[in-house]
Design a protein around this ligand. Structure first.
Ligand SMILES: *Cc1c(COP(=O)(O)O)cnc(C)c1O
Length: 230
């Protein structure tokens, strides 16, 4: 499968170039932004190829599908992130298999994680686009302060936030969804006196806009591997 490897390598390089450009425009250093390869629906071999191209972070949106690939490759093969919304009955498996759980969307899940003494790093998902089909906490600083406060009280390692940008394709609105999350993060760092360095924002169609607004991790699927439909 040399062909797949070459394709992924070229795509990683061009994505890194675009990230560096966007970082430069916004006065940031390219090293502040990490690419996560999103390998959902693809076989474990795609994870191998991404890692061979220097990618260290792998995102899977389903706990069962991701868990299968992680066990196939070994948990130490990469840093594995669960980026899909986590249901209560999946918490046990997710805590065992993944290093990071990036889409915590309910206090109930926070409580369940604490009951299991979860050690994966956590991000809270916030629905900044307001699209009803999207999951996540409402972008309300008071609500998020109480969720985050509860997680910290329970000694859970929350590192920041994740959002999925709007589908509208209007750059101003896309940027607004990302800048809103950065503003929320800034307020909560001040209010709770904690460091929340991670902003997981941006996918294949909007990652440069997310980088302009402070993203620290872009989640790329189609941009690296082509369409998931085959
Ligand atoms: C599928 C998925 C991605 C990657 O999407 P692409 O558009 O293929 O880059 C990123 N984040 C989440 C939460 C996803 O489910």
């Amino acid at each position: 499968m040399l062909e797949l490897l070459d394709r992924v390598r070229a795509n990683v390089e061009s994505a890194l170039f675009e990230i560096a450009e966007a970082a430069g425009i916004s006065g940031r250093k390219p090293e502040e932004i990490t690419i996560m390869a999103v390998t959902k629906t693809h076989p474990a071999e795609f994870i191998t190829k991404a890692v061979e191209c220097g990618i260290k972070h792998i995102g899977e949106n389903r706990v069962s599908e991701g868990g299968r690939k992680i066990r196939q490759l070994g948990k130490e093969y990469a840093v594995f992130h669960a980026i899909g919304v986590l249901h209560r009955k999946e918490v046990r498996q997710a805590v065992r298999d993944f290093h990071c759980l990036d889409a915590i969307h309910k206090i109930e899940i926070i409580e369940e994680l604490a009951r299991r003494n979860a050690d994966p790093l956590l991000l809270l998902e916030v629905n900044t686009s307001g699209e009803p089909a999207k999951m996540g906490f409402k972008p309300d600083v008071d609500l998020l302060e109480s969720a985050l406060g509860r997680a910290l009280e329970l000694k859970l390692p929350v590192k920041g936030f994740l959002t999925v940008g709007p589908l509208c394709g209007i750059p101003l609105l896309q940027r607004k969804a990302f800048s809103e999350l950065r503003d929320i993060r800034d307020s909560l760092e001040t209010r709770l006196k904690v460091s929340l360095p991670e902003l997981s924002m941006g996918m294949s169609d909007d990652f440069t806009l997310a980088v302009l607004e402070g993203s620290t991790m872009v989640r790329l699927g189609r941009r690296l591997f082509g369409s998931r439909e085959g």
